[in-house]
Structure formats: structure tokens, C-alpha cells
Design a protein around this ligand. Structure first.
Ligand SMILES: C[S@@+](CC[C@H](N)C(=O)[O-])C[C@H]1O[C@@H](n2cnc3c(N)ncnc32)[C@H](O)[C@@H]1O
Length: 264
């Protein structure tokens, strides 16, 4: 038994020693992926620490579009205390806060609270009122009362939902009637480009294992199903990040806009 284990170990070491740099990289990603899928807690820590770097790459191409999208946040209906409460789901370290208008009341939410202290500090420096933080998945917002939130935001989050319909139903439930859900999400290829489909298929194993990200979601269809197509105002657009990296190429197709909870 001992010699069998030794032989297997020797074979593994010989194999690793013969790797060139590219093979070693894929082997590392492969084994990391295995651990991420088996131990989701490791995946959350990895993702939280990787996001600031990813956002450095994504933010410049999205900046103007996000400024325009979030410019109406303050126009949403107030809650019973007279506040415009904006709930951001999958908030991470808060890359969107800089686009929010001053004077709103902010509530952060994610599957974990790694970013909570950072968010509180950012809100103070940006003139936003930090009201609290909720650890929850979008599919279960039971800690938040029905019709209590003025607006909800997600950016690059719906690709990780385990159940989109359930999550959009929860988002719809907690919004005050007349309040808006703001989304800025990468989506499934929509122009019929074979090349783009190939990028998305090729990047799928990497994205799913590192970020639990499904890059071929059809969020717009699901949002329209829950909010009603007439209440959705969205654009589909290819966003060029200016980087020839497989992930950046795969997530170019975007959908962004708002869905309003009908008054009646
Ligand atoms: C790719 S990051 C995006 C972070 C940030 N919104 C941004 O634009 O950079 C996805 C975030 O969504 C969170 N997340 C994943 N699944 C979620 C779910 N089912 N409900 C709420 N948040 C989720 C992750 O923990 C992570 O912080």
C-alpha cells in the first residue's frame, strides 16, 4: 500500500515537473476551481478579493452609462420615514456608491458581510446615509418587509443567482409600488454572433468555477415576466472593455435599465 502511494505521488510530481507555464496555469485554475465548487466559502473570499481588480478593468467602459442609469435614483418613492432607501444586492466592496446621488439612504446586502465596514466609510465620505447591511441571498429577502424599499440595484450579480425568477419575485415584493429595480448585467449573446457564442462557451468553465457566474443568462426575459414587459425600460449593448482577455470578451453582451413595480 505504502509503495503504491509512493508510486502515485512520484508520478504526480513527475507530471507537474514536466508542465510548461501555460499547462501549470490551467492546472492551477482547474484545481482551484475544484476547491471553489466543493467549498463555496473559499469561492466567496476569492471573489471578494478579486472584484476590485476586475472592476479596474470594467469600470471605465461602464462609467458614463452607470452615471446616467443611477441619476434617477432619488426620484423613487419615499418610505414611511420620508427616506429614499436604495438597497444594493451583491454589493461586494461597493463599486457603485460613487455614482449614487447625495442624500439617499443606503442599505447594502450580500451573501457575506466582508465589505460592510468599507461600505460604511465610503458612504460617509460620499455624503450617503448608511442605514444598514443585510446578509442574504436575493432569492430570500425575508428579512426585508414587503413594499419597504424605494429602489433596488444589482450590477454583475444576476449571473450568480441560483434561481432568477425567485430572486426577481423577491426584488419585486420588497419594492414600494412605483419604485424601480436598476440592473446593469452581462447577459447571453443576443446578436447571433457565432464568435461571441464561442467566447461564452469557452469562458463558461472558468467563470462558473471562479465566480459561480453563468454567462449565458436571459435576465431580461425573466425581469419582464415578473414586472410586466410594459414596466421595463432596458437596453442591450455590447460593452468593449478594451482588453483581449477571454473573460472580458465573454461578458461583453450587457443588458441594463430599470423595471418599475406597478402601482396597482
Ligand atoms: C461579480 S460580483 C459583483 C459585485 C458588484 N456588484 C460589482 O458590480 O462589482 C457578484 C456579487 O454577487 C454576490 N452574490 C452571488 N450570488 C448572490 C445571490 N444569490 N444573492 C445576492 N448576492 C449574490 C457575490 O457574493 C458577489 O459579491
Amino acid at each position: 500500500m505504502e509503495s503504491l502511494l509512493k508510486n502515485v505521488l512520484d508520478m504526480a510530481l513527475n507530471c507537474v515537473n514536466s508542465f510548461d507555464r501555460q499547462t501549470a496555469f490551467y492546472a492551477a485554475v482547474g484545481s482551484a476551481s475544484f476547491y471553489f465548487l466543493v467549498f463555496p466559502e473559499i469561492q466567496k473570499v476569492f471573489e471578494f478579493n478579486a472584484m476590485p481588480g476586475c472592476q479596474k478593468m470594467f469600470a471605465p467602459a461602464c462609467r458614463e452609462k452607470k452615471i446616467e442609469l443611477f441619476s434617477t435614483l432619488k426620484e423613487n418613492p419615499v418610505n414611511s420615514d420620508g427616506e429614499v432607501v436604495v438597497l444594493e444586492l451583491g454589493v461586494s466592496f461597493g463599486p457603485n456608491l460613487e455614482y449614487y446621488p447625495k442624500g439617499i439612504t443606503f442599505v447594502g446586502s450580500d451573501l457575506h458581510d466582508f465589505g460592510k465596514d468599507q461600505l460604511r466609510e465610503k458612504c460617509t465620505s460620499l455624503g450617503l446615509d448608511f442605514k444598514g447591511y443585510v446578509i442574504a441571498s436575493a432569492e430570500d429577502l425575508s428579512q426585508i418587509p414587503t413594499s419597504s424599499v424605494s429602489a433596488i440595484v444589482t450590477t454583475l450579480v444576476t449571473c450568480s443567482f441560483k434561481d432568477c425568477i425567485k430572486a426577481f419575485r423577491e426584488i419585486h415584493r420588497v419594492l414600494i409600488p412605483g419604485g424601480k429595480y436598476y440592473f446593469f448585467e452581462h447577459t447571453k449573446e443576443f446578436n447571433g454572433s457565432l464568435k461571441q457564442h464561442m467566447f461564452q462557451f469557452a469562458a463558461f468553465p472558468l467563470l462558473i468555477s471562479l465566480f459561480y457566474c453563468h454567462n449565458r443568462r436571459t435576465q431580461l426575459r425573466d425581469i419582464e415576466q415578473i414586472f410586466g414587459a410594459d414596466n421595463v425600460n432596458a437596453r442591450r449593448e455590447m460593452i468593449e472593455f478594451g482588453v483581449n482577455d477571454l473573460i472580458a470578451l465573454a461578458i461583453r453582451p450587457h443588458v441594463y435599465g430599470t423595471a418599475t413595480k406597478a402601482l396597482y
